[in-house]
Design a protein around this ligand. Structure first.
Ligand code: UD1
Ligand code: UDP
Length: 386
């Protein structure tokens, strides 16, 4: 029986690999599924493992507060050496562009174990934006034997780098498999919405505030290249917007990275409570986050995964970055790059709040990232290949 190992370590990798773990587990008569988490994230990873009820076979538990790229790379590389020697998988699956995925792919290569890259071929063509993710993707792409691209454009990027066309499969993004699972769960489990609303209230945001005309702007931010000045400008823009639009709520589930929280405290003070339509809350577990996104009017973010989810829910997305590796929704007109300058963020969010025609144009539901069947395609392809 073939041994398939899936390796991941951060929140977004876990969300996007979880449905794939479930799909491989259905094939227990043909393949053994082994899950290894690096623990590059701890609490934010465990939130996802709990929701999808995944118990890892290996946990490197590497996270330390304020870790840098050297810490993560070195610990994943040496940790994976020992795990791979013990488990002897026939193939290692890694996801996307994190340091976990690149270091795990390198560790597998050192033992001549073939690597499959999930979410392969995304590119901005600028190695410093996002940093270090663009280089991580390039390196993982070189190390991989099997490339699962979410869209035809990502396949084109790989072909341009001379990856063989027989090594690339366009499958859609597994994030859409995960999203459909959540959306259906919320729709079909009658008590779930009430539970999520109650959990959000406990977390610090009461969604019943939205029962009248009040609208919601959902905010997240965490990119390394925005640390420092970029984050200060974003925070000042948010401050101005909350004062300008008292009838709009701004909810910011904060990433746990201390580099994200420092500028927030610098701009909003230690107790984060200087106006009554701005809510800083702890990172939400995945179901609550999607529930809140469904209730939002606008999403303001620098996240990768949220650029894929929000268009599927018909939510306009303003991306606080200068580049994106996900131009498909940009082309469809539901995502717009606004960078990290104070003026641009204030003016673009204001436009969407104040101009119904522009809002209408950006809020159509489009889904260039998949049909919810990506995991099935990946599993059936790999079971034939390995
Ligand atoms: C990482 C990925 C990034 C991905 C992001 C998703 C790299 C280089 N970066 O960035 O590509 O978009 O995850 O969120 O791989 N922390 C906690 N608990 C947690 C998670 C993080 O306390 O559950 C804090 C710790 O202090 C940790 C710090 O956040 O040291 C940074 O975590 P790290 O994974 O190094 O970087 P991210 O910015 O999260
Ligand atoms: N997310 C979540 N809780 C939150 C914020 C985000 O579950 O409080 C989910 C979100 O739905 C998406 C993923 O986390 O699937 C995005 O993670 P992040 O922005 O940290 O990383 P990126 O996608 O930029 O790599």
């Amino acid at each position: 029986m073939k041994k398939i190992m899936l390796v991941f370590g951060t929140r977004p990798e876990a969300i996007k690999m979880a449905p794939l773990v479930k799909e491989f587990q259905k094939e227990y008569e043909h393949a053994e599924t082994i899950v290894c988490v690096t623990g590059q994230h701890r609490e934010m990873l465990d939130q996802v493992l709990d929701i999808f009820d995944i118990r890892p076979d290996y946990d490197l538990n590497i996270m330390k507060q304020g870790q840098d790229l050297y810490d993560v790379t070195a610990k994943v590389l040496t940790g994976m050496r020992d795990v791979l020697k013990a488990a002897r998988p026939d193939i290692v699956l890694v996801h996307g562009d994190t340091t976990t995925s690149t270091a795990a792919a390198l560790a597998a290569f050192y033992q001549q174990i073939p690597v499959a890259h999930i979410e392969a071929g995304l590119r901005t063509h600028n190695i410093y934006s996002p940093w270090p993710e663009e280089m991580n993707r390039l390196l993982t792409g070189r190390l991989a034997t099997y490339h699962f691209s979410p869209t035809p454009l990502s396949r084109q990027n790989l072909l341009a780098e001379a990856v063989g066309e027989k090594q690339i499969w366009v499958t859609g993004n597994t994030v859409i498999d995960a999203l459909y699972w959540v959306v259906n769960k919320i729709k079909n489990e009658t008590e779930l919405s009430d539970r999520l609303a109650a959990e959000l209230k406990d977390a610090g945001y009461d969604t019943s505030r939205l029962d009248g005309n009040r609208r919601l702007v959902l905010i997240t931010g965490h990119r390394r290249e925005n640390f420092g000045e970029g984050f200060i400008q974003m925070c000042n823009a948010i401050k101005t917007l909350t004062q300008k639009f008292p009838g709009v709520d701004f909810v910011y589930p904060m990433h746990l990275n201390p580099n994200v929280r420092k500028p927030i405290h610098e701009v909003f003070g230690e107790n984060l409570s200087n106006c009554d339509n701005l809510f800083f809350i702890e990172p939400l577990e995945y179901l609550s986050f999607i529930y809140l996104m469904e209730k939002s009017a606008i999403v303001l973010t620098d996240s990768g995964g949220i650029q894929e989810e929000a268009p599927g829910l018909g939510k306009p997305v303003l991306v606080m970055r200068d580049t994106t590796e996900r131009p498909e929704a940009l082309d469809a007109g539901t995502v717009k790059l606004v960078g990290t300058s104070y003026d641009k963020i204030v003016s673009e969010v204001s436009l969407l709040i104040e101009d119904p025609a522009i809002y209408e144009k950006m809020s159509k539901a489009v889904n260039p990232y998949g049909d919810g069947q990506a995991c099935r395609r990946i599993v059936s392809t790999l079971l034939q290949q390995v």
